[in-house]
Design a protein around this ligand. Sequence first.
Ligand code: HEM
Length: 145
Amino acid sequence: MSDLLQMDATKLKALEQSFYLVEERGEEFTAAFYGRFFNIYPEVRVTFSNTNLPDQHRKLLKALKTIVGSLRNPDVLEPYLGQLGNQHKDAYVVADTDFQMFKRALMDTFEEFLGDDFSDEAREAWSEAYDKISGVMKGSVESGQ
Ligand code: HEM
C-alpha cells in the first residue's frame, strides 16, 4: 500500500519533529508511558504481569523508532505493522478499548514531555497516524492472517 498515511507534509513533519524531541529521552519516555497506561487503566496491568518492564520499555521505543522512521515508506511500514499485530494476536487478547487507552496514554505522555512544544499540528498528526497504525495492527489481529 503506497498511501497508508495520506498525511500532508507539514503534519508529517510535526509528528517526526515531536518524536525526535522525545527520542533523546526515549526510555524515560516509554517508561512514563507505561506508568501512565497502567495508572489510567489498572485492568490492563494483569496482561503485563509476567513482562520484564524495562525490556518492554526498550521494545516499545524500538517499535516507535521503526514506525516513525518508515512513515514515508509504506512498503516497509505496512508489513512491519502486520507482523506486530500478529505478535499481539498470538500472545495476548487486545481489544479496541485497549488500543484507545494506549492512544490516550501515548498522547498524554507527549504532552507531559513536550508541553507547549507538542503543537496542535503534532497532536493531530499523532492522532491520525495512531488510528491508522492501530487499524493495520488490528486488521491482522481480526483477520487472523
Ligand atoms: C500502536 C500500539 C502498540 C504498539 C506499537 C505496541 C508495541 C509492542 C511491541 C514492540 C511489543 C514487543 C513484541 C515482541 O517483541 O514480542 C509489544 C508487546 C506487548 N504488547 Fe503491545 N503495542 C501496542 C499496543 C498494545 C495494546 C493496546 C496492548 C493491550 C494491552 C498491548 C499489549 C502488549 C503485551 C501484553 C505485550 C507482551 C509483553 C511481554 O512480552 O510480556 N500492546 N507491544
